[in-house]
Ligand binder design. Structure first.
Ligand SMILES: [Zn+2]
Length: 138
């Protein structure tokens, strides 16, 4: 069964297009968490960032950067969050690789929040943690 982004790419569901080329489609997110909230989607189906070939990842992020630059220029955004969620545990709601471009404005308008709270690291072995990750890098 096709996910909602495959249906949009195939033209089965309408969307409001911001950008399109052979590999990448960018559309306005229907929720508009903030004004200009855009989804940058690989046209070919990949389940998430983790399984997408690096050349496609680069193309999607290149488009995300250009859209973010445009939103700062023409929408007056004072900042932008660039975000991809991987897996349900991280809030990925559609199992098709996509990047959120979420322009931010002073005054806190809109429905997007992000918070990162520091944890107590005194009982963590950070060098061991770094080694565990780095030895797995390909
Ligand atoms: Zn898909």
């Amino acid at each position: 069964m096709k996910d909602v982004f495959c249906k949009i790419i195939d033209g089965d569901i309408p969307s409001v297009k911001v950008y399109e080329d052979d590999d990448v489609l960018a559309i306005l997110d229907i929720s508009q968490t903030t004004k200009g909230h855009t989804l940058v989607i690989s046209k070919k189906h990949y389940d998430s960032f983790l399984s997408t070939p690096s050349d496609i990842v680069h193309k999607v992020y290149d488009v995300a950067q250009r859209i973010a630059q445009a939103e700062v220029s023409v929408l007056g955004a004072k900042g932008v969050n660039i975000l991809t969620n991987v897996g349900e545990a991280a809030g990925q709601s559609v199992p098709h690789f996509h990047v959120h471009v979420i322009p931010r404005y002073l005054g806190g308008e809109g429905g997007f929040q992000i918070s990162m709270k520091a944890q107590d690291t005194s009982k963590m072995d950070l060098p061991l943690l770094a080694h565990t990750i780095s030895k797995e890098l390909k």
